[in-house]
Design a protein. Structure first.
Length: 240
């Protein structure tokens, strides 16, 4: 019986950053909706500079919190490891820029985007106007499975599109642009080769409540539980 799960929150925690406090809150929203304990631990970017595997191996899922990050290249290193190790992963709001850099560089081999890392890191602390938009999800996608419906009103400050040629190359490698708004701006993407690897341009932190935790957070926790169960079964099989 799985009694608890450990979830890593990657980010350089700062109590002055509103979204960091909101991140702690949304996981607390989920506690009464699961029969197991949900333990969250902040992992700063300095801890990811060396052996990412050792740092993250005790966690059953990872949430990428907003930056800026002290060591942005360590964040990219961690995302690559998480994706390749098939660890349940959720990135929201402006952090999609780092997920996209990983997908460009390591999935389709386009490295020209790498020099933009420092510039993107600085932009993570810029507060743009947030507006509520109706987001449409692709049926059969990971994000659709979390919501169980085709649409949701979400708060976003991002208007993002991608060159059709790059979009085609990414789709061929398993990247699914699974959510969009009425203006056809991309609002979510996922790596279909993994069980749960979702990045959104909108922020679930702004709409999650104690009574109704956001579906993406409960979805992440659900996959964390499944990951923990499988790991436990493997350990028991080795003992036997």
């Amino acid at each position: 019986m799985c009694k608890f799960v450990n979830i890593a929150i990657i980010g350089d925690y700062n109590f002055k950053i509103k979204s960091h406090n909101q991140t702690n809150a949304v996981f607390r929203h989920c506690e009464d909706h699961f029969e197991i304990g949900i333990n969250t631990f902040w992992i700063n970017s300095s801890e990811l500079k060396e052996n990412v595997d050792d740092t993250l191996k005790k966690y059953s899922a990872v949430y990428l919190a907003n930056g800026p990050y002290k060591h942005p290249y360590a964040i990219l290193k961690a995302i690559k490891h998480i994706r390749e190790a098939n660890i349940p992963f959720l990135a929201t709001d402006k952090t999609y820029k780092f997920v996209l850099i990983d997908l460009f560089e390591h999935v389709i081999g386009f490295r020209a985007i790498k020099p933009d890392v420092d510039a993107q890191n600085e932009k993570l602390n810029i507060h743009n106007l947030v507006e509520q938009k109706l987001v449409y999800f692709d049926e059969g996608s990971q994000i659709f499975d979390c919501y169980g419906r085709r649409t949701s009103f979400e708060y976003t400050s991002e208007a993002f599109q991608i060159d059709p040629n790059f979009a085609h190359n990414l789709k061929e490698k398993g990247v699914n642009f699974s959510g969009s708004d009425d203006q056809q701006f991309i609002q979510s993407m996922e790596y279909g080769n993994n069980s749960f690897f979702i990045s959104t341009m909108f922020s679930p932190l702004l709409s999650s409540t104690v009574a109704m935790p956001h579906p993406l957070l409960t979805g992440l926790i659900h996959f964390a539980v499944e990951t923990k169960k499988k790991a436990t079964e493997v350990d028991l099989a080795h003992v036997g």
